[in-house]
Design a protein around this ligand. Structure first.
Ligand code: BGC
Length: 441
């Protein structure tokens, strides 16, 4: 056996998750949900959203501001009722642009500058048409005291803008909008992107009770039928990216140690698009002693590979892996043998499959808690580039769910809720127009 083959075998073992391990993880996840909900020590924050399920009859015209990873989207959304909606406008802007010379995610930039940039996006869309109100999707862990009050607990996804942690992001946005004469658009609702995804899908499909993001970051929310401190069902943002039970490989440990916040967001660092490229790089670098290609210095450079690079590696099914050959030579300046390209493709597949299986285990954990006998219908709505664009990801996820929940698998629908994270802010703003929502204005 060549040493490359042997080392690949070690990688296969390192990234594998057996059916037994997955089942254990889903039970641990359900236990962590219980602990978090009842105020005990838990890796799951279980944050209340102060929103329940929409009726599907919400109507009006709303601005939705979606601040997620490195992009901001501003939408003008019309809700027609009956589950129908139209996106009238969508404006996308990047939070960092090295050629234009700005980066609103850097620790040297202050909250006021970031929120002024967000307000400028809103102003552009507001000029295109009147809106009843604005919903704000802010995709980071926030402690909410009402549907429109949200204090950022801490940044994730390597964002580090100064002066936002510990602040009410609704107030920061409201102040920036007021400076532009748009005080009337201070956010009516502030939601996590997982909540937006659930709301968007539930607007059309009343069986939706799980919303999740598999994109740059990862997280899941669900509709809790009996929240401890509220009289009615409420969507809970679990911040499941912080689930810490999955077994770590040495590559996960190295990635975590080099990250902005070591020890936090363990699951997210194993499963989200922001980190998959780095995991592939670290695993490939471990083959250095067995291959001239992987011994090249470029494999020692952090963040050499992105999520889309991993997708390219997974997607090449040609006999001689010509796309990968071209990519290695044009992007990294490396010559490669077919066995090396095959090894790289396999590493990408291992890392991707592990991500989908871990995520499926958390969904199974939620379903075990909601419906232990698997009798009811459930729709899991997912938004995000990893789920939408990574070849084979959706199928891997579905297969792992069927492995975990054989009895309930027939009742579970997993669907893409494209742009759900943003559209959901419009649905949330519309819900706030109705009676009995939120605690503060
Ligand atoms: C954040 C979550 C968010 C997820 C997906 C994570 O890093 O903590 O709040 O839902 O990314 O965007």
């Amino acid at each position: 056996m060549t040493s490359l083959t042997k080392r690949l075998e070690d990688l296969r073992a390192a990234f594998a998750l057996s059916a037994g391990q997955l089942a254990r993880l889903s039970r641990q996840f359900a236990d962590a949900m219980d602990a978090g909900l009842t105020g005990q020590d838990s890796c799951l924050k279980m944050l209340p959203s102060f929103l329940g399920r929409p009726t599907g009859m919400e109507q009006g015209r709303f601005i939705a501001l979606d601040f997620g990873g490195t992009n901001v989207r501003t939408l003008l959304v019309e809700l027609h009722g009956g589950g129908l909606l139209t996106v009238r406008q969508m404006l996308a802007a990047s939070l960092k642009d090295t050629t234009a010379g700005y980066d609103y995610t850097a620790p040297t930039v202050w909250a006021e500058e970031l929120f002024a940039f967000l307000a400028a996006q809103v102003a552009t869309v507001a000029a295109a048409g009147n809106a009843d109100s604005l919903g704000f999707t802010f995709s980071y862990p926030c402690r909410q005291t009402g549907a429109n009050r949200a204090i950022l607990l801490h940044w994730t996804k390597e964002i580090a803008t100064a002066g936002v942690e510990g602040k009410d992001v609704g107030e920061l946005l409201g102040t920036a909008l007021a400076r532009r004469g748009l005080g009337h658009l201070a956010p009516a609702a502030i939601i996590n992107d997982t909540v937006g995804t659930l709301l968007t899908a539930a607007y059309q499909d009343p069986w939706t009770d799980i919303g999740s993001i598999c994109g740059t970051g990862h997280n899941t929310c669900y509709l809790e039928p009996a929240p401890p401190a509220a009289p009615a069902p409420m969507i809970i943002n679990m911040e499941s990216g912080n689930f810490d039970a999955p077994p770590l490989t040495p590559f996960d440990a190295a990635l975590d140690a080099a990250s902005d916040k070591p020890g936090q967001q363990r699951l997210e660092k194993m499963a989200a698009g922001r980190y998959l490229g780095e995991l592939v790089r670290l695993a490939a670098a471990s083959l250095a002693a067995a291959s001239p290609c992987f011994a090249a210095p470029v494999w020692q450079r952090a963040d050499t590979l992105s999520g889309p690079d991993v997708a390219l590696l997974v997607a090449d099914t040609s006999r001689t892996l010509t796309q990968i050959e071209h990519w290695l030579s044009s992007r990294l300046g490396l010559a490669s043998a077919l066995a090396e390209r095959a090894a790289l493709k396999e590493i990408a597949a291992l890392v991707t499959a592990r991500s989908a299986r871990l995520v499926a285990a958390t969904y199974a954990g939620v379903l075990l808690r909601l419906d232990p006998t698997g009798q009811s219908r459930h729709t899991i709505a997912i938004d995000g580039s990893l789920y939408e664009k990574m070849p084979g990801y959706a199928a891997l996820l579905q297969a792992a769910l069927a492995e975990l929940l054989p009895a309930g698998a027939g009742h579970i629908r997993v669907r893409l809720a494209k742009n759900g994270s943003g559209i959901g802010a419009a649905v949330a703003a519309a819900m706030m127009n109705e009676e009995g929502y939120g605690t503060s204005k």
